[in-house]
Design a binder for this molecule. Structure first.
Ligand code: SER
Length: 428
């Protein structure tokens, strides 16, 4: 296995699928185009949903991209596992009624074992228990005792195109196992790393219904950072060249001790979040109190708070922008032109939150000290309304010391505030 940079892996993926007659497209924006069902793009297939459903004729029946993605569903795992991110990149190849399982599996295998030169003896696959076709195809490449049938092998994300999938895992070794007797392929721990997911997109999910699609399609997605961690033989995605330069910069600014587990997590969270922040702002998202603007605000404020954990007392996030752009200027040259405006959006948001952070933390710590295990909705609301603490942030800080927050109580306070604002508008 030869060392390759993240950029080299991305380029090798594109070259490979170009050689298989795919049209290579740039990553679509993180902001969905005319799709009210999505706040942000969270998978390589998401910008092309209409090609799968047949609503729009694809510009080619074979496309490959390396798509920018944002997922915040498991944000609390970021920095705590080797592989979770808010922003990540997903190289993927797509067939819209063209090739199907045979080619998708053959090419994934060829790319991983030939182009990337991964050790075949460390690879495992999973298939859907009722997908005998995929199972039989895999048998041509890999011993049967390396193929596992898992009911979970069905990919869907809300409404839209979906189908049974087959996943490819790389065994990082017994010393990475959680040690539970049940640990095996598909375990959630860091031993078996899912590097590639191949979805055989045969249905369109509408509400509770799975409507068969006219075409049989393919939607695949690699975790670029994960593959880089394997190729570069790093402890986690965070030590790859797609993230480590940011970590070095944060350590430089904060003098954090990367060997201290708590500080290490905080450094990783900030490194992860600043990538998401830079790429989102570059794609036109601005911090606000709703929708994707709120996602951005929450990520920025969470980063500032983890900076606080590291003892950083002054605004610092915008000082990380240059290093993020250095990593991504090759695939996303537009970042260079947007550098100054990205910095100024971040700086403004950080300043605004910082002005209240200390006082808010003091208040919250006092509330936690006195709490009986639950933080009242009114307190969560006050932290939000007066100090700019997103409720998710309050919840996370509280949970570090055990208390829960009263979400329904908070929601009720929010509802009342909106009602007061509405009444004020219509008052004579
Ligand atoms: N849509 C699938 C995923 O996101 C494969 O690209 O994992």
């Amino acid at each position: 296995m030869r060392y390759m940079t993240g950029n080299e892996i991305r380029n090798a993926f594109k070259d490979f699928f170009e050689s298989k007659n795919h049209m290579i497209l740039k990553s679509f924006s993180l902001v969905p185009d005319n799709d009210p069902t999505l706040l942000l793009i969270g998978a390589g297939m998401a910008p092309m949903k209409k090609y799968f459903t047949g609503e729009v004729e694809p510009i080619s029946r074979r496309i490959a991209t390396s798509q920018k993605c944002i997922r915040t569903g498991d944000i609390e795992n970021v920095g705590r596992t080797a592989r979770h991110h808010t922003f990540f990149e997903m190289p993927g190849n797509f067939s819209f009624g063209d090739y199907f399982k045979d080619e998708a599996i053959a090419w994934a295998w060829e790319f991983l074992t030939d182009v990337m030169d991964l050790d075949k003896n460390k690879l495992y696959v999973t298939v859907h228990p009722r997908d005998a076709e995929a199972y039989d195809i895999w048998k041509k490449y890999i011993a049967e005792d390396r193929i596992f049938k898992l009911e979970d092998n069905f990919w869907e994300i809300g409404d839209g195109p979906c189908g049974p999938d087959t996943e490819i895992f790389y065994d990082l070794g017994a010393d990475r196992s959680c040690g539970k007797p049940t640990c095996g392929v598909g375990c959630d721990c860091d031993r078996y790393l899912e590097v590639w997911n191949l979805v055989f997109t045969q249905f369109n999910k509408v509400g509770d219904e799975y409507v068969p699609l006219k075409n049989k399609n393919v939607d695949t997605g690699i975790g670029l950072e994960r593959l880089a961690s394997v190729i570069q033989q790093k402890e986690s995605n965070f030590e790859t060249d797609l993230l480590y330069p940011i970590i070095e910069k944060i350590i430089d600014i904060s003098e954090a001790d990367y060997n201290d587990p708590k500080q290490k997590t905080a450094v990783k969270v900030i490194a992860d979040h600043i990538r998401a922040v830079v790429l989102m702002i570059s794609d036109g998202v601005e911090p606000s109190n709703k929708d994707r603007g709120y996602v951005l605000r929450r990520i920025i404020r969470r980063s500032v708070r983890f900076g606080h954990v590291l003892g950083i007392e002054r605004t610092f996030l915008s000082n990380l922008v240059d290093v993020v752009i250095d990593i991504y200027r090759q695939p996303y040259p537009e970042l260079m032109d947007r550098k100054d405006s990205i910095k100024s959006v971040i700086e403004k948001e950080e300043k605004q939150f910082r002005a209240n952070l200390k006082a808010g933390m003091k208040l919250l710590n006092g509330i936690i000290d006195e709490s009986d295990g639950v933080i009242a909705g009114m307190s969560v609301f006050k932290l939000y309304d007066t100090y700019g603490f997103p409720p998710e942030l309050t919840e996370e800080i509280a949970q570090e010391r055990n208390p829960e927050i009263d979400r329904p109580g908070f929601n009720e306070c929010m509802r009342q505030q909106k009602e007061r604002a509405r009444n004020a508008r219509i008052a004579p």
